[in-house]
Ligand binder design. Structure first.
Ligand SMILES: *Cc1c(COP(=O)(O)O)cnc(C)c1O
Length: 375
């Protein structure tokens, strides 16, 4: 992996860090890890956070230290970074297609506990043939479609048929059901989320029962994200939860209400920001910073300056972001400020390093090892 020079060094003041830089506030990050662990106290369910949010074996290790049993990821390249970084249990929550990717996945399964998803016999055939060729066995979960209409076979009989195929095919082992409902995660209120997740969980449970009656025990039912995980936890159907964004809590997620109908940011704080520099001041109400589309993706809205009331980030271009300012604002060329990103997962993919800060000083620099790992 080719990495650039870090934008700062341990011991520096935040203000001395070069920009744009991805800043992780360690106090807020650690509070988020603890808040997740605390919120699951009393529930008999395992935590398997999603590494697509952070792409880093170091963040993964911190989650493991806070009680997680393993990690999820989307890409074989992410799984490689996690396993090489010492994570012993990785679920790739995706369908992996193509000989070279499946070979890498199976090779990884010889080093760690690795599992993958299927929603069609063709994937199972390729997983099994590759695993047999490499002299091993791959764990495969059947993904069921709970209404998100992304991947997933229909629950009930179609899922049973796929599970049976896995059980009967040499080279693959049946690992359980993947039952993630992506569409429900950002629904704003508890009532809206429950209206989707409760029937979805019932479908997952019925499918699990149908498997058992057919003689196929279902060891794992896994799913959920930051928006809904407490609903799945309380329902006793799910054995594992997969929240990802809670570690960073981006701006868009921060707009939802938690299970007690309070802002979710009262539980999970914005630990991730992008440090930027003012490079131009063309008018009393206008400043330009050094971060545009190539630094902060805006698929989920625009970023918001941290602790800068009245300042708005508008109209980005490739490498510029234009700030709208109150006329009396004293922002000068060379000043730095932090932007809360609208969507944590894609912004992390833009940087090689987390600059980890505590009380305004750089405490650590962590590589984002799986940055760009989209294969
Ligand atoms: C993204 C994703 C998650 C995590 O969701 P968050 O909303 O970021 O917490 C969990 N499982 C799967 C399959 C995902 O794609």
């Amino acid at each position: 992996m080719i990495l650039t020079t870090p934008p700062g060094q341990i011991g520096m003041k935040l203000d001395e860090v070069d920009t744009p830089a991805l800043i992780l506030d360690l106090d807020v990050f650690e509070a988020n890890l603890a808040a997740m662990t605390d919120s699951l106290d009393g529930y008999e369910v395992n935590l398997r956070p999603h590494a697509k949010s952070h792409k880093s074996a170091i963040v993964a290790q911190r989650q493991m230290a806070a009680g997680a049993i393993g990690q999820c990821c989307q890409k074989v390249g992410e799984a490689e970074v996690l396993v090489h970084g010492g994570i012993g249990d990785v679920l790739v929550t995706n369908q992996i297609v193509g000989r070279s990717k499946v070979e890498r996945l199976v090779a990884l399964a010889k080093q760690a506990k690795v599992a993958v998803l299927a929603d069609h016999p063709d994937q199972i055939t390729q997983y099994a043939a590759t695993a047999r060729d490499l002299g091993t066995e791959l764990n495969v979960l059947v993904e069921i479609n709970l209404g998100s209409d992304r991947c997933g076979v229909e629950p009930g009989r179609p899922a049973l048929e796929l599970a049976r195929l896995i059980v009967e095919t040499e080279g693959v082992a049946f690992g359980g059901l993947q039952a993630y409902h992506g569409g429900a995660q950002h629904l704003r209120t508890r009532a809206e989320r429950e209206a989707v997740i409760l029937p979805a969980a019932a479908m997952a449970e019925e499918t699990g029962t149908m498997l058992l009656e057919a003689g196929i025990p279902c060891p794992v039912i896994t799913g959920a994200g930051t928006g809904t995980y407490l609903i799945e936890a309380a329902g006793r159907v799910f054995t594992e939860l997969q929240p990802g964004s809670y570690v960073f809590m981006d701006l868009d997620y921060g707009r939802i209400l938690d299970q007690a109908d309070r802002p979710i940011t009262e539980t999970f704080g914005h630990s991730l920001t992008v440090l930027v520099t003012v490079i131009s001041r063309g008018a009393p109400t206008r400043a330009v910073v050094d971060a545009g589309h190539k630094t902060i993706p805006i698929d989920s809205g625009l970023p918001r300056p941290l602790n800068r009331p009245g300042v708005e980030y508008n109209s980005p271009s490739d490498e510029h972001g234009v700030l709208g300012l109150p006329p009396e604002d004293g922002l000068a060329i060379g000043d730095k400020l932090r932007l809360i990103p609208p969507h944590c997962d894609p912004v992390v993919n833009m940087f090689d390093w987390y600059v980890c800060v505590r009380q305004g000083r750089v405490e650590a620099i962590w590589p984002i090892g799986a940055r760009g790992a989209n294969r």
